[in-house]
Write a protein that binds this ligand. Structure first.
Ligand code: DX5
Ligand code: ZN
Length: 217
């Protein structure tokens, strides 16, 4: 499968969201990565439903929504209404993870589970066959622009192995500190989707940067 690129809108210019969304529409990006932070599960607050709906109105690609919030079950239908196609929750935020995954899929979205850097891949063994996506965090969630944690590469290899052993159809996405160098390591390890925020939006030519990530193999 071709590598997918999901630029993180968290690093866009919020005073020019429509302009940046249109830039992504006309780039080779595959998905829009939407980071939702609640100031409880993570020590930062990003944005909520009005902003997500505004992005959805202009975006022409898959909406890949990453929830860094406590108790995500309360809002599953609201994220569907705001335009989410893929809804990813954190393992660490879901005491009834299996139920949460079922609820996301019943609402008509693909379901992902994110693992913080300290959370082992092996904890997904009993849900991997139900998942559409595994999101390996390569930074501690909460902020863009952080340094890549190298152990994420090992976790991609472990996730790939788990997927092969169980016949799961889940995609492996990696989020945090992705650039050309770390992206290459992740692709070689078996990543299917790369998220990139600051690397794309801080570059002088974001569309070319997305193309450069897309060309990694
Ligand atoms: C981190 C977010 C990431 C973030 C990535 O909590 O989940 O999606 O925006 O930003 P970069 O690519 O700058 O590390
Ligand atoms: Zn994210």
């Amino acid at each position: 499968m071709a590598l997918l690129i999901s630029p993180s809108v968290l690093s866009c210019d919020f005073a020019n969201i429509q302009r940046d969304v249109e830039m992504l529409n006309s780039s080779v990006a595959d998905w829009f990565h939407i980071d939702v932070m609640d100031g409880v599960f993570v020590p930062n607050i990003s944005f909520g439903f009005p902003v997500i709906s505004a992005i959805t109105r202009h975006a022409t690609k898959t909406m890949d929504v990453h929830l860094m919030i406590a108790n995500p079950d309360r809002y599953i239908e609201d994220f569907k209404k705001a335009g989410a196609d893929i809804l990813t929750v954190h393992y660490e935020a879901c005491p009834h993870l299996h139920r949460t995954i079922q609820a996301i899929q019943a609402a008509g979205m693909r379901a992902g589970v994110a693992l913080n850097p300290h959370t082992p891949v092996s904890l997904l063994e009993d849900v991997i066959q139900d998942l559409d996506l595994v999101l390996i965090m390569s930074v501690n969630p909460g902020f863009g622009g952080q340094k890549f944690i190298k152990n994420a590469v090992n976790k991609v290899v472990q996730t790939k192995d788990l997927i092969h052993r169980t016949g799961s159809k889940a995609l492996i996405e990696v989020d945090g500190g992705v650039n050309i160098e770390t992206g290459l390591q992740l692709v070689k390890a078996g990543a299917d989707v790369l998220v990139a925020g600051s690397f794309v939006f801080n570059s002088t030519n974001p569309q070319q940067t997305i193309q450069d990530l897309k060309n990694l193999k």
